[in-house]
Structure formats: structure tokens, C-alpha cells
Write a protein that binds this ligand. Structure first.
Ligand code: FBP
Length: 324
């Protein structure tokens, strides 16, 4: 927390943000503990319910949700929260100061195997000038965003106009040694990360871009956005979850994308922007400029080193030939 205290003092900001960050960090530590002991305590199975996204809910999803809401409530700093695990907006402290958008356990397909998952969040502050209408904030209005890769004990935090920083959990369970993260300009270790099983379902422009570029880069895919993006931030390159528009079964097309805008795409886009990178949607629009119309709005995502994101954006402009 020393790092955040210095940051707040340097920018003449209040202690409120420190209290909120302490709550988010405490939630992440608890989620990490429960995930590490999940198999032993039988918490990695299905919970027997379906979430707002129509996905099977794991017991760990529920535990992570409950822990996060508990700590946000205790902070008394949050007006409302938006979570992947709650259909409705969660009202918390009416006279709070912040809005928090979070995915308590990103990468659900990894849960049964105890493989890396993520706790991802974005923070926006209420209007201090005029009336507050509680409207959904675009990524460019976030003041901070972060992701914990669980159970690796790594935490990446981006602060508006103050960079992206990586912390590591020490033996006293404190996140220490903040290291500034900047996407490497040297292309030698750049990687591409996407679900290759879907590539024939992407737009022709994206398929062509992959065919013309993939041999230049290593390919890595863990199947959890937080973990895959963690690698992209370290090595450079690009993570993409394109729109599915050419699926042999048209009912399985997802032209609107799969990932959620407010607590997945905008979180990594905010961090990437503070690390010198870029992020766009299927129409090449900057993710941070997309004004959400609903809490669980989906989007396609291309995020990573600016030259690659700018390059693939050219391909996004190529119209998809009409389905025969
Ligand atoms: P949730 O697990 O939180 O629903 O997140 C979506 C996600 O798991 C991302 O973390 C990941 O990048 C992507 O979906 C994996 O999708 P797929 O299994 O289709 O490759």
C-alpha cells in the first residue's frame, strides 16, 4: 500500500482510493486462498446454477463473488458494483464515491483444473463537480483498472495517467516491489494469443491477417483473459477474441463478440493504454471510447502492442463477403 499512499500524496488525492484498493486487494487474497484450497474443500465443482451470461456457475465463481461484495461493502466507498456474476447492478453504499466493475473469477474453463484464472476490476469515480446520474462509464472515464492472476500471486494495476505497475505477493501476503510495465518495442518475443479453434469463424479480413502474420510470432493461449493478457504485457504481441461471423452453424455466430466490455475488455484496454499499447473492437474503434449501453454488453477485442493493433485494424475494415 506504500506505493498507493505515495501516489495519492503525489497527486494530492484523498485516502478514499486507498481504502477501496485495500478492499479489492483483500478480496483477491481471499479468492486466491479459496482457489488454492478449492480441490481439497470440494469448491471447484459446478454450483448447479446458470449466470446472466447463460454459463454454468462454478462454486468458486460464487465464493469469489461473495468475498468481493463483502469487502466492497466493508469499504463503504462504493456506490454500486457491476459483476459478471450478478445480472442486476449491485447497490452498495449510496453515499459512496466510486463505481466498481469486476469479474470475480475470469477464465472459468480453467477452474476444474486449478489452472490460472483472473480477478479483474475497473474503477470510476462519481462526479465531484455536479449532479451524479450513476450512468455507466466508458473505459476512458475509469480512474484505475487491475487484474490479479490467481493462483500466481501477481497483481497488475494501472492508474490514470500514472502508468501500469506489477506487484508480487511476498511471504507476508503483501503485494510488494511495484515494477513499471511498458510493452516491449522489440518484436523478438512478441506473441499472438487467440482461440485457434475459432479462426475459420472469424471475418475474412481477420483470417487473412492471421495467415499473413502468424509465422512471425510465437503462439500462446491459456484460455483465461487475465493470464493470456499478463503474458502479452510481458512479452509484447497481441491477444484477440474476434467476433465470430463465419460459423458453419450460423446460430453460433457472435457478431457482438464474447468478452464483456465493462469488466473484461475495458479493464485490459485501460492497463494496455497505460503500458503504451492499444485496444480496439471489431469495427476498429478504441475500446476505451465505447460507451456501454448495458452492464453486460459484449465486444470483440484486439489488445496489445500498438503496431499490431493498428495493423489488424486495417483488416477489420475489409467487409466480410456475404454468407453464401
Ligand atoms: P469467463 O470465464 O469469466 O466467462 O471469461 C471469458 C473467458 O473465459 C476469458 O477469460 C477467455 O479469454 C475466454 O473466455 C476463453 O474463451 P474460449 O474458451 O472460447 O477460448
Amino acid at each position: 500500500m506504500g506505493f498507493l499512499l505515495t501516489h495519492q500524496e503525489k497527486h494530492h488525492r484523498t485516502h478514499h482510493f486507498l481504502v477501496l484498493m485495500d478492499a479489492l486487494i483483500s478480496a483477491a487474497k481471499h479468492i486466491e486462498h479459496f482457489y488454492l484450497t478449492g480441490a481439497l474443500k470440494g469448491n471447484i465443482g459446478l454450483a448447479g446454477s446458470v449466470n446472466v451470461q447463460g454459463e454454468d456457475v462454478f462454486r468458486m465463481d460464487q465464493i469469489a463473488q461473495e468475498l468481493t461484495i463483502h469487502h466492497l461493502r466493508a469499504s463503504r466507498r462504493v456506490i454500486y458494483a457491476i459483476s459478471e456474476e450478478s445480472e442486476e447492478i449491485v447497490p452498495i453504499t449510496p453515499d459512496g464515491r466510486y463505481f466498481v466493475y469486476f469479474d470475480p473469477l475470469d477464465g472459468s474453463s480453467n477452474v476444474p483444473h486449478g489452472l490460472p484464472v483472473g480477478f479483474m476490476f475497473g474503477v470510476a469515480r462519481k462526479s465531484l463537480e455536479g449532479e451524479e446520474d450513476n450512468h455507466l462509464r466508458a473505459g476512458k472515464d475509469y480512474i484505475a483498472a487491475g487484474m490479479f492472476v490467481i493462483p500466481t500471486g501477481t497483481f497488475t494495476l494501472a492508474l490514470k495517467d500514472a502508468g501500469a505497475w506489477r506487484f508480487h505477493l511476498d511471504e507476508t501476503m503483501e503485494f510488494v516491489r511495484p515494477t513499471r510495465i511498458l510493452l516491449p518495442e522489440n518484436r523478438k518475443n512478441w506473441e499472438l494469443s487467440f482461440n485457434s479453434a475459432n479462426r475459420r469463424t472469424y471475418s475474412k479480413g481477420v483470417q487473412n491477417w492471421i495467415t499473413n502474420n502468424e509465422s512471425n510470432y510465437a503462439f500462446r493461449y491459456i484460455g483465461a483473459l487475465a493470464a493470456d493478457f499478463h503474458r502479452t504485457l510481458s512479452n509484447g504481441g497481441m491477444f484477440m477474441y474476434p467476433a465470430i461471423v463465419n460459423h458453419p452453424d450460423p446460430r453460433k455466430n457472435r457478431p457482438e463478440g464474447k468478452l464483456r466490455l465493462m469488466y473484461e475488455a475495458a479493464v485490459v484496454a485501460f492497463i494496455c493504454s497505460e503500458a503504451g499499447g492499444g485496444a480496439v473492437d471489431e469495427s476498429g474503434r478504441p475500446i476505451l471510447d465505447v460507451q456501454p449501453k448495458g452492464p453486460h454488453q459484449r465486444t470483440a477485442l484486439y489488445v496489445g502492442s500498438k503496431p499490431l493493433v493498428e495493423d489488424v485494424t486495417q483488416s477489420l475494415a475489409i467487409p466480410n463477403p456475404p454468407v453464401q
